[in-house]
Design a protein around this ligand. Structure first.
Ligand code: HEM
Ligand code: HEM
Length: 232
């Protein structure tokens, strides 16, 4: 099946930056987190802890920036169009996605070969992206419950007490890491399963030709090869 064109308007430059920061800080948090849990080589604990807290700060600040920018920056609400709307609308239910949840789930369960065409993000994708900041907040909270300077104050101490001991908080923080790891594997797989064009856009801001979509008509209205024919 031909795909919708990938235009830069779908992922404006600030979001290419925030996405890169997500990837790098996530990988460093997982690496340093595994090391803190199980130091697989000696003499690195001080650096691992410092690196973990630094990346945690960057990750949380980046998440906050991404959410605020969603209300400031405009982006295309679907692939295949350069028309702009406030970016946050891409994460909410859109007319283009109406009645598609069932079809998306069937596609994810390998019961259907093709996914519905519609908004920029599929229905389960929107739900996941909205839940990610919630998970980041829970990680930040349980992280501060573990951090020596904050573990014994206010809500952090109260949570450790509720859990029974700081060791249980540690286990909660550790197991939540696997939710991120699972998300990352699924996300990277689904992003690339139909070709590398979406990742080239998200990481390299590179456009890719394809079908043109009109979000007002909710239909395919043509094809755009980005002028490649003329250069042949
Ligand atoms: C978002 C803010 C976060 C904060 C403030 C935070 C903070 C912390 C702190 C203070 C520790 C304990 C370090 C020590 O024992 O000295 C820790 C451990 C750990 N963190 Fe984080 N963290 C955050 C996010 C993450 C994320 C996103 C991951 C992975 C996806 C992660 C994975 C881990 C792991 C695996 C450990 C080791 C737990 C154990 O000892 O079993 N953390 N974190
Ligand atoms: C191997 C790593 C990754 C790959 C290949 C990848 C790929 C992509 C692609 C292709 C998109 C655009 C999807 C579309 O337009 O339908 C996207 C969006 C997104 N990705 Fe990733 N990603 C990776 C890692 C991550 C990580 C680690 C996070 C967060 C912790 C993340 C969070 C997001 C979010 C929230 C979006 C929505 C768009 C935005 O925020 O601007 N990704 N990713």
């Amino acid at each position: 099946m031909a795909h919708l064109a990938h235009y830069r308007e779908a992922h404006p430059l600030p979001f290419v930056f925030t996405h890169w920061i997500n990837l790098v800080s996530m990988l460093l948090l997982i690496f340093s987190g595994f090391y803190i849990h199980f130091p697989f080589f000696p003499g690195f604990m001080g650096i691992a802890r410092g690196l973990h807290m630094f990346c945690a700060l960057v990750f949380v600040a980046n998440c906050l920036a991404r959410v605020v920018l969603a209300f400031i920056v405009k982006s295309a609400p679907a692939g295949g169009t350069r028309k702009l709307e406030p970016d946050y609308k891409s994460f909410l239910p859109q007319k283009d996605n109406r009645h598609q949840l069932g079809a998306w789930i069937k596609y994810y369960l390998f019961m259907k070969k093709e996914h519905p065409l519609g908004g920029k993000y599929g229905v389960p994708q929107k739900i996941t992206y909205v839940l990610i900041p919630v998970l980041i907040l829970i990680m930040a909270f349980t992280g501060l419950c573990l951090w020596a300077p904050t573990a014994n104050i206010g809500p952090f101490a109260a949570f450790n007490e509720l859990m029974g001991s700081i060791m249980i908080t540690r286990i909660v923080h550790f197991f939540l890491m696997f939710v991120f790891i699972l998300f990352m594997f699924l996300h990277a797989y689904l992003a690339n399963v139909e070709g590398l064009a979406p990742s080239k856009m998200m990481f390299g801001w590179k456009e890719h030709g394809g079908l043109v979509y009109d979000p007002e008509l909710h239909n395919i209205v043509g094809e755009d090869d980005l002028g490649e024919e003329e250069h042949k």
